[in-house]
Ligand binder design. Structure first.
Ligand code: SAH
Length: 347
């Protein structure tokens, strides 16, 4: 099973063979799964106890120049009602978030050409000026090194860029030919090199995914060693090429969360909204499988429904304060403790 092969600078490092990983990627034996989740919880507890970090998510644009086949806000989605938040609206979201106790703001959006480097720098600087000690996380896709550097200098600390799949052929089946896995991976290594805390990750159950490609995802995470790992089930989105495909498996998503925790013990791993969308206590069960972060929504209620990456997304009708309280209650009922500190990766 999971063999501990060493201890470096206080970190326990676990190794698993390809055969072991493939076994746990696919097992549907309830006892084996529970053993896997218990192991992941145990690893998480060693570094983070039962604390769960809160990140305030601001979805500031649903305009996108890319045409990812799975995504509900892809450029080709002609029925999507597009929106952009103004700097003032973004700052109002931050003020609300700060009032609710958040110490991390995550700015996520499509790859929207309106938000030039200058505009992103302006936004990051404005947030940084008001909140000198908060973490600012960007999730705005693939950029040139110079752009990432400018955002970092302006005050951004973290960057989320899921690799989506670490297999070239699979990547090509999920994206148009203009996009490449090599470029996405390069972005991740560049971000890390600049000094960002970097988040990679992938969806579970995308069309053409196999246990072997999931194994490659785990091996890529081991290679990149990101501070954060975002994993959620694929959920079909209307008016996309994959609208008729099956959604990802809830249990398999939990297994991938648990395996990521075991392989990257200190990673910050969110229990994602997508996980909560396909099962009523999905996020709580994500925490029980080794996750330690939640990302409640801070976006203005008026635009929530429009940031529809996939169908039936939860929490689109609530105010930020309701999401904050609801999440706290959910977390506590499963024995976890909300932690409103900034929550950088454990060192
Ligand atoms: N433009 C940014 C943010 C993308 S949206 C970027 O390129 O990183 C954030 C994540 O939502 C994506 O990385 C993807 O993994 C996930 N996502 C998109 N469509 C989805 C779907 N149909 N089901 C589940 N997750 C989806």
């Amino acid at each position: 099973m999971w063999k501990r092969y060493g201890k470096a600078a206080g970190i326990f490092i676990f190794s698993m063979t390809d055969a072991e990983l493939l076994h746990y990627i696919t097992t549907d034996d309830p006892d084996e799964m529970e053993a896997l989740f218990a192991k992941a919880r145990n690893v998480r507890e060693r570094y983070y106890g039962n604390a769960v970090y809160f990140r305030g998510l601001i979805e500031f644009t649903n305009c996108c120049k890319n045409d990812c086949f799975y995504c509900g806000i892809r450029a080709g989605g002609k029925k999507v009602e597009r929106y952009r938040l103004s700097l003032e609206q973004i700052l109002r979201c931050c003020a609300m978030g700060d009032m609710l106790g958040y110490k991390t703001f995550v700015l996520q959006g499509g790859e929207d050409p309106f938000f030039t480097d200058e505009r992103i720098v302006e936004i990051v600087k404005a947030i940084r000026a008001t909140y000198p000690n908060h973490a600012i996380t960007l999730s705005i896709g693939e950029k040139e090194r110079g752009s990432y550097e400018r955002f970092f200098e302006a005050g951004a600390n973290r960057y989320l860029l899921r690799h989506e799949t670490a297999n070239d052929a699979h990547y090509a089946k999920l994206h148009p030919a203009s996009m490449s896995l090599a470029r996405r991976k390069r972005c991740l290594f560049t971000l890390k090199d600049i000094g960002y805390q970097v988040g990679a990750g992938f969806m579970v159950g995308t069309p053409f995914q196999t246990p072997e490609t999931l194994l490659e995802d785990l091996r890529f995470l081991e290679e990149l060693k990101p501070a954060m790992v975002g994993i959620g089930p694929f959920i079909p989105a209307a008016d996309t090429p994959f609208s008729k495909e099956a959604q990802g498996s809830f249990e398999q998503t939990l297994r991938m969360v648990a395996l990521s925790r075991i392989l990257l013990p200190k990673a910050l791993i969110p229990a994602t909204t997508a996980l909560g969308t396909i099962s009523s206590h999905g996020r709580e069960r994500g925490l029980m499988a080794g996750a330690n972060v939640v990302m409640p929504n801070l976006s203005p209620k008026a635009v929530r429904k429009l940031y529809a990456l996939y169908d039936n997304k939860i929490c689109t009708g609530d105010e930020a304060a309701e999401c904050r309280l609801c999440m706290e209650g959910r977390i506590r009922s499963f024995g976890f403790a909300p932690d409103m500190r900034r929550g950088d990766a454990a060192v």
